[in-house]
Every structure is written in structure tokens, then in C-alpha cells.
Design a protein around this ligand. Structure first.
Ligand code: GUN
Length: 283
């Protein structure tokens, strides 16, 4: 079997087109959705992600702002900035790009962002709402993966979803979202013994480990859907994921490529969350 490729770039464009319409409607009512991204330091990968977020929000006609702070910024200064943005009524979404320098307590600053402006869905209030299946903000990457499945007409209800990786940004919220959609969910991680035993049972295999090409055809049940969240630059300069794409494609039913799979969806869902935040001002 050769897997069908899930085209994240194309699906992200569809999501973005819908957001664009919603932005136009909001502007007609005198509201311009505003996204502010804070970047601390000069990590090249973070700079690339932030630039992409800025480009897309500008393209959609949002008020887009990137605030760059030196790596030496104190936690107190960062908290002051977040408080200012919380007060600013033209800002609907505040995103603090991770990772942060080690001297800053990540949890402390993420919790300072108002839950109503937390378009990343990282605030404990939004994490709790996801657990309770209540409306809040859902983290963009797992939210984007749900969209990839829905747009590809891949059903979730009753399916066995196996998550590889338990990060707060992807693995944990991913499992909860799939559970809310009535999947049976298994979490696996770096200390899981006999990983293959679990991954081979997956109808939906979501891989977010940060380990290049660690999942091969030996981990995959024939016909399964494989979603690859990883992105790595190889020594030859090419990008690849946590899944060995060539090998996995031989057995999977559906697979996301890297690049052009999950990545574009993360940005699309950030746009959607920012738009949603602005819309909530009206209700
Ligand atoms: N760094 C890597 N992924 C993310 C993300 O989704 N949000 C933020 N804020 N930082 C990140």
C-alpha cells in the first residue's frame, strides 16, 4: 500500500480563507482582530516561526505586532509587558513564543496572559476547559491536526488513537481533543516499554517526539493514519519529521508530509483563534 498524502498546505489555505471572510465581517463592524507576538532572544527557529505568523496575520488584514526583547530581559519586565497587552483593547491575542531563556519561569509568565487573550491555549484556565470539553482556546497544533482529519474525512469516533510524546503543547492536549471526539486514546512517551506494541494498534498515530525519523513502517498498522508533528533539518539541509516518511508510506493509509503537513495548520489555527477572540468581544 502507498499512503495517501494529507496536504496540510492546501487544507491550511482553506481554513485561512474562512478566517479571512470572518475578519472582513468583523472589520465591517469596526473591529480589527489584533495579534501581538512576543519574541525573547534570537533563536533562529523561533524567528522563522514568528515571521510566518506575522506574514499570515498581515495578509488576513489583522493588526499584527511583533515585540522583540533581548535574551537578558527579566521576568519582571516581561510580566509588565504582558500586563500592558492584557489592558490594550486593540489586542485580541497575545502569544509568547517558546522556548524562553532559562532564567524566566515559563509557567509564571504564561499564566500572566489573560485567558481571554491566550490564543495559544496554554493558560491553566484554557487547559482546564479543554479537559472539561468547554469552549476556551485550544492549542494550535493539536487543533490543526483535528482539522486535518476532518477535512480529509478521516473519522475519529471509536478509533484507537495512539499519541507518541506527552508535551504540554502537543501530546497532552492532542489526546484530550481526540477523547472529546470519542476516540480511545493511548499515550506513549520516552519511557514507554515496547513502543511498537502500542503504535501497531493505532488507527490514528500522532507522533510528536522531537526525535528525527524514529517511527518506521515497523511501528505502523497497515492502513493507519500517521500524523507527523516533528520538523528537523538534516545534515544535507533538507527537512524531515519524527516519522521516516518513505518507510511509513509503504504501510500507512494516510500520512502527513514534512514540510507541508502539520506546520501550516498550526499557523492557520492561530489565525482562527485570534479571530475567535475578537468575535467574542461582540457577544
Ligand atoms: N514554540 C514552538 N511551538 C510553539 C507554539 O505553538 N506556541 C508558542 N508560543 N511557542 C511555540
Amino acid at each position: 500500500m502507498t499512503a495517501k498524502i494529507i496536504d496540510g498546505k492546501q487544507i491550511a489555505e482553506q481554513v485561512i480563507s474562512k478566517v479571512e471572510e470572518r475578519v472582513k465581517l468583523l472589520k465591517g463592524q469596526g473591529i480589527t482582530p489584533g495579534l501581538t507576538v512576543i519574541l525573547v532572544g534570537d533563536d533562529p527557529a523561533s524567528q522563522t516561526y514568528v515571521a510566518s505568523k506575522e506574514r499570515t496575520s498581515q495578509r488576513l488584514g489583522m493588526k499584527s505586532e511583533v515585540i522583540i526583547k533581548p535574551v537578558t530581559i527579566s521576568e519582571k519586565e516581561l510580566l509588565t509587558l504582558i500586563h500592558q497587552l492584557n489592558e490594550d483593547t486593540t489586542v485580541d491575542g497575545v502569544l509568547l513564543q517558546l522556548p524562553l531563556p532559562k532564567h524566566i519561569d515559563e509557567n509564571n509568565v504564561l499564566q500572566a496572559i489573560l485567558p481571554e487573550k491566550d490564543v495559544d491555549g496554554f493558560h491553566p484556565v484554557n487547559v482546564g476547559k479543554l479537559m472539561l470539553n468547554q469552549e476556551g482556546f485550544v492549542p494550535c497544533t493539536p487543533y490543526g491536526i483535528i482539522q486535518l482529519l476532518d477535512y480529509s474525512s478521516i473519522s475519529i469516533e471509536g478509533k484507537h488513537a495512539v499519541i507518541v510524546g506527552r508535551s504540554n503543547i502537543v501530546g497532552k492536549p492532542m489526546g484530550q481533543l481526540l477523547l472529546n471526539r470519542h476516540a480511545t486514546v493511548t499515550y506513549t512517551h520516552s519511557r514507554t516499554q515496547n513502543l511498537e506494541k502500542f503504535t501497531k494498534q493505532a488507527d490514528l498515530l500522532i507522533v510528536a517526539t522531537g526525535q528525527p525519523q524514529m517511527i518506521t513502517k515497523n511501528h505502523i498498522k497497515p492502513g493507519a493514519t500517521v500524523i507527523d508533528v516533528g520538523i528537523h533539518r538534516n545534515s544535507d539541509g533538507r527537512l524531515s519529521g519524527d516519522v521516516d516518511f518513505a518507510s511509513a508510506s509503504e504501510v500507512a493509509g494516510f500520512i502527513t508530509p514534512v514540510p507541508g503537513g502539520v506546520g501550516p495548520m498550526t499557523i492557520a489555527m492561530l489565525m482562527e483563534n485570534t479571530c475567535l477572540s475578537a468575535e467574542r468581544k461582540l457577544s
